[in-house]
Design a protein around this ligand. Structure first.
Ligand SMILES: [Zn+2]
Ligand SMILES: [Zn+2]
Length: 295
């Protein structure tokens, strides 16, 4: 049986890549590729001929779609930092149980987050920062690899015993039987809902949502925050503050500050630094929906 030219693990799926030599791939591989292209093209042709499939229930308005994309992306990145990172991993802030249920549902729906794995991997990152045991160090892997294979780099760490056996609090029925067991079904449900609302145009929208979250998380935060920027603290790692305004990454830009004080809920340590995540936490504290353990 012919071996694929090279095989690569990508987001948990094994795919056979052909090396720009189409005539060298087997008939089976060619058949799979052509069937895939036919299904995609066929679906688009049918969808473009049918008003319902073309525009969904809400109709297509590119202004609304762009605003929806930006808002959902921002909420996802915000919840990653204030909930998964500052609250679940470092216990610096505690949210009202009603909020944590909303956060968990959102992160399942939009990125299929497995909270247990996320927390375990981030603990490993702090324990072995910028060493070969760090699950996502650009110092070890290179920034370019973090851009192209950031998810794949993190995926390798999930196989370790320390991640597989890691335990979290609130490992309740929902977490065990839905969010973790059926993690990938969250984004699939999101795609179905978006197709219902926007028709076939939801497919590129959904793809952009997934790609942007991945790039900002793996390249911008995990990669650049250990490569580019200034240092306020002489920590035993390569962590950097990318810039003074923590807006796009919702405060994760101030990464050197965070590595110097991991238990602190506030990543801005100077007057000219701004941490949008901390701003939101303060608002939730004022509404009695959060309490800060360590500022
Ligand atoms: Zn770091
Ligand atoms: Zn951290």
């Amino acid at each position: 049986m012919r071996e694929p030219l090279f095989t690569k693990r990508f987001i948990g799926v094994t795919v056979n890549k052909f090396n720009f030599s189409f005539w060298k791939i087997s008939w089976i591989d060619s058949g799979i590729v052509l069937t895939g292209i036919s299904i995609i093209l066929g679906t688009w042709i049918i969808a473009l001929l049918s008003p319902t499939l073309r525009e969904g229930i809400l109709g297509v308005n590119w202004w609304y779609i762009s605003i929806f994309l930006l808002i959902t992306l921002h909420i996802t990145l915000t919840l990653q930092t204030i909930y998964l990172h500052r609250s679940e991993t470092h216990r610096a802030v505690k949210f009202h149980p009603l909020l944590t249920h909303l956060f968990r549902f959102w992160l399942w729906l939009f990125i299929g987050a497995k909270r247990r794995e996320w927390v375990a991997i981030h603990h490993l990152h702090h324990k072995y920062t910028d060493t070969p045991k760090d699950p996502h160090s650009p110092v070890i892997n290179g920034l370019f690899k973090m851009l192209l294979y950031g998810l794949e780099v993190v995926h390798e760490a999930k196989k370790s015993d320390s991640v597989r056996t890691f335990e979290i609090h609130d490992y309740d029925f929902l977490e065990k039987n839905l969010y973790e067991k059926h993690a990938e079904k969250g984004p699939i449900l999101l795609l179905c809902l978006e197709v219902l609302a926007l028709g076939i145009w939801a497919v590129p929208l959904w793809s952009i949502q997934i790609i942007l979250v991945s790039i900002i998380t793996t390249f911008y935060i995990n990669g650049m925050a250990h490569t580019v920027g200034y240092r306020s603290y002489n920590t035993n790692d390569n962590s950097k503050n990318i810039c003074r305004l923590g807006v796009l990454g919702c405060g994760e830009e101030l990464h050197n500050n965070h590595h110097a004080n991991p238990a602190s809920a506030n990543f801005s340590h100077r007057k000219d630094e701004f941490d949008l995540g901390w701003f939101y936490i303060q608002k939730l504290v004022a509404l009695k929906l959060a309490s800060v353990r360590k500022e």
